[in-house]
Structures are given as C-alpha cells and as structure tokens.
Design a protein. Structure first.
Length: 454
C-alpha cells in the first residue's frame, strides 16, 4: 500500500507540472541569461567587426588585407615544399632544394601528380562538344570535385586516384572522365597494400592542394594571379544549376565569383573579422564575469557551455552579417556578381551554423523539461511493479479465503453473543492478537487496564 500511495502522490504532483509547464520554467530559471549590457556589448562587437569587413576586407582584388593573406599563403607553400623535399626518398627528385615560389610549386606539382588536373575539356577522353564547355585554367580547380579542401574532395580524390579518372561537375551533374595523358611524374609516396595506398592517396591529395594554393608554377613565374582552390564546401553551389539571377543560374554566379578571386585565400581573408568578433566577445564576457559578477577565473573560461555567451556570440555574429549585407547590397548596385563578391560567406555560414546549433540546444532543453515528469512517474511505476513482484500470491489467496470465510460466519450469526464469538475467533484465525486479556467485560471494568493493539 505504501508503494501504491507513493505512485499516486507523484502522479498528482507532476500532473500539475505538465498542465502548467512548471518544469519548462524551472529549466529556464537555471540557465544563464543575458542582461541588457551583454546585448549591447555583443552588438557593438559585431558592428565593429562588420566595419572591419567593409573597409579592410571588401571584395577580391580591392582588399587591404588580401595582399597580406596571399603573402602568408605563398610563404606557407614554400615552407611546405621545402619540408616535403627534406623527406623525399625518390631518386628522381631535383638535386637542389627549391627556393623561389615557382620552384616550390613546380616541385609540388611533380611530387603530387593526380589524374583530375585537366585544364580544358579537350584534355579529357570522350568529352562531348558541350561537356565542360566553360572549363579553363581559372575555374578547373572548382569544377574538379577532388580539388575541394573538404571531406567531399578527399573522398573523390581517393576514388579518382585509385581509378585514374577525374570527377567534375558539369551543368549541376557529376561526371567522370579519363585524362588523355598522365603527367608521368613519380608520386611522392606509393603504397604496397590497401591501407598504405589509402594513406599515400591522402598525402597526395594534401600535397596537390598545397601546390594549387598559390597557383601554377608557370603562371607565378610570369607574375600572374593565382586561381587557387575553392573554399571548403563551396563546390556544393555548382549543384544549384537553377534560378535566374541577371540571366545566370546560382552555379554560374558561383563559378564567376570564383574566377574573380573568391577562393580559399579569399576565404582566409574573410575569416579575419569573424575571428576578431569572436575573440572580442569572449574576452569581454570573461572580464565582465570576473570583475562585474565576481566569479572566479576558472568559472570565466569562455566556452560554449555558457548559455549567455552563446547568445552573445549569436547576436554579435548577426550584427556583423547585418553590416556586411547592407554594405554588399549598397555597393553592388543591384549586380548579383558584385553582391556575391562583397558578401562575407564565412560570416554568413558561421551565423547559420550557430543559429541551428542554438535551436538544437534549446529544443533539447524543452524536451528534457517536458519529459522529466514522465521520467519520475516511470520511476515510481517501476518501484510499484517491483513491489508487486515481491508479493506472495499463494499467501494472499489463503488470506483472502480466510477473510471470505470470516465474513460468511459474521453474516450467519443471529444474535449479539454469536457475533462477539465469531469476531473473537475470526481475529485469532486471521493472526490478530486480542488487545485485551480474559473476559472483555471484566477487563474493561478495571480502570487500570488499557487496550493494546499490536
């Protein structure tokens, strides 16, 4: 009976919570909420980062920071090539370490050959007249899926290297074509079993992408501009072969933007104000928590576990994207290509991811709040069932039969004397001790006696 009572009590207690939404409110109260100053700080940081994006990032070819980023990329390519050269065990490698940028790029091109590096459709076998019609040195790194520095690029690169075929996107569709001739170069690494071949394919993919970051050796030798490789997942836009934006599909706009310099180097440039915005907000949040809220420094580590910090980062990112969007809209003058060139894809991509992540977190809070009463009732039900499992049903049957027999005897009595006798006998048969001793009347006539129920 105790278990049953506990179950009924919990059901009644949490039934009210379900109707009134009490648990949802309780969960909200335990979360860290932003005050007005947090929103002001986040929005201000976002606006400042947006202004940095407007005046120092701008558009490809017109950016203050682009030159510095390209210089850093060139330096990275040189250091990577020289590092690869030091560990190069091939007998065909150059005897002298590459020093200039075009020498480093040329070394990487020879050390990491791939079957998907065609510059024109005419370099591919069985390419129809209209197949990859617009492919040229400015966009072949985008149209070749394996050149993408992301998971899709890696998967297709491994497949292409194993099959000696290139994977390309043409009019929104994936096609695979074999090159007319191979480079004839000896790969940097060559595996002897499936596992080592996969590893060598991965290294070859990395090395070839590094060689393309700063452009081809012939172009850089002549002082030309690098086409580079695409921003991770940018190739997905090529699948959007629909829409009519100034007479172009989304895929065509994306391709033209890439040809104008919207590549990975430009992605690194766009990431600068995004990183600054994030750092500013996290720094100010930590200082405010320590000096204003009086928390220990250990509690002021700006991780995403803090609800208020996540909201501040989301607000700051939204403010930055708002400034960026307004600037792109005004300066583009209605030209779709100029608008895309000026829009900060890194910032908008991060805002989208942050918003989706926050929705998932808040949805989880809501689900936990709603499910908590049911969990507690379920626990009580489990305890109740365990109690039922411990019941001796055979003893319960015997007690029920004895109680039924006792009731029948009570109904069969004709007078008070018989009823008293049946009651006394029944209590003894059911295992109850009488609360008095001897004759009831004599016991009760003594004022010193007390009824004792056991």
């Amino acid at each position: 009976m105790t278990i049953k009572y506990e179950l009924e009590r919990k059901v009644e207690e949490y039934q009210g919570y379900l109707i009134a939404g009490y648990d949802v409110i309780t969960v909200k109260e335990t979360r860290e909420e932003c005050d007005k100053y947090d929103y002001i700080i986040a929005a201000s940081c976002g606006v400042i980062a947006g202004l940095v994006d407007v005046f120092f990032v701008g558009a490809p070819g017109k950016s203050v920071l682009e030159g510095a980023v390209n210089g850093s990329v060139d330096s990275f390519v040189k250091k990577a090539a020289q590092a690869f050269y030091k560990f190069d065990q091939r007998s065909v490698k150059n005897k002298k370490m590459p020093k200039t940028l075009d020498q480093c790029i040329n070394y990487l091109e020879q050390a990491f050959p791939v079957p998907y590096d065609a510059r024109y459709a005419k370099d591919l076998k069985n390419a129809g007249q209209n197949t990859l019609k617009g492919m040229n040195p400015k966009n072949h790194h985008l149209l070749s899926v394996s050149h993408s520095p992301d998971i899709f690029g890696l998967i297709f690169s491994i497949i292409d290297q194993f099959t000696d075929v290139g994977s390309y996107i043409d009019n929104g569709k994936l096609i695979r074509l074999e090159p007319k001739k191979s480079s004839g170069s000896v790969p940097y690494l060559q595996g002897s079993n499936p596992v080592s071949k996969f590893f060598c394919g991965f290294v070859n993919w990395i090395g070839h992408i590094v060689s393309d970051l700063a452009g081809s050796s012939s172009v850089r030798r002549k002082g030309g501009k690098s086409s580079g490789v695409s921003i991770p997942f940018y190739e997905l836009f090529l699948g959007c072969n629909f829409g009519n934006i100034d007479g172009n599909t989304i895929a065509e706009i994306a391709t033209k933007a890439f040809e104008e310099g919207y590549n990975l180097n430009w992605g690194l440039t766009m990431a600068i104000p995004v990183v600054l915005n994030d750092l500013f907000i996290r720094l100010i949040w930590s200082l405010k928590k320590h000096f204003y809220a009086g928390k220990d420094w250990k509690q002021c580590i700006p991780t995403n576990d803090h609800d208020d910090l996540r909201v501040m980062l989301l607000v700051g990112q939204a403010a930055m994207c708002l400034v960026d969007g307004i600037d792109a809209f005004i300066r583009s003058g209605g030209n779709a290509l100029l608008f895309v060139s000026r829009i900060n894809l890194i910032a908008w991509g991060k805002l989208t991811c942050m918003a989706l992540k926050e929705l998932v977190i808040r949805y989880k809070y809501l689900i936990d709040a709603i499910s908590q009463p049911y969990k507690l009732v379920n626990e009580a039900m489990t305890e109740y069932l365990k109690g039922l499992e411990n019941i001796d049903f055979e003893a319960f049957r015997r007690e029920s039969e004895a109680l039924e027999s006792f009731c029948k005897k009570m109904l069969a009595t004709c007078n008070e004397e018989d009823l008293n006798r049946v009651l006394i006998e029944g209590m003894k048969d059911l295992g109850f001790e009488l609360p008095w001793e001897g004759d009831f009347n004599d016991f009760m006539s003594n004022p010193n006696n007390n009824l004792v129920f056991k």
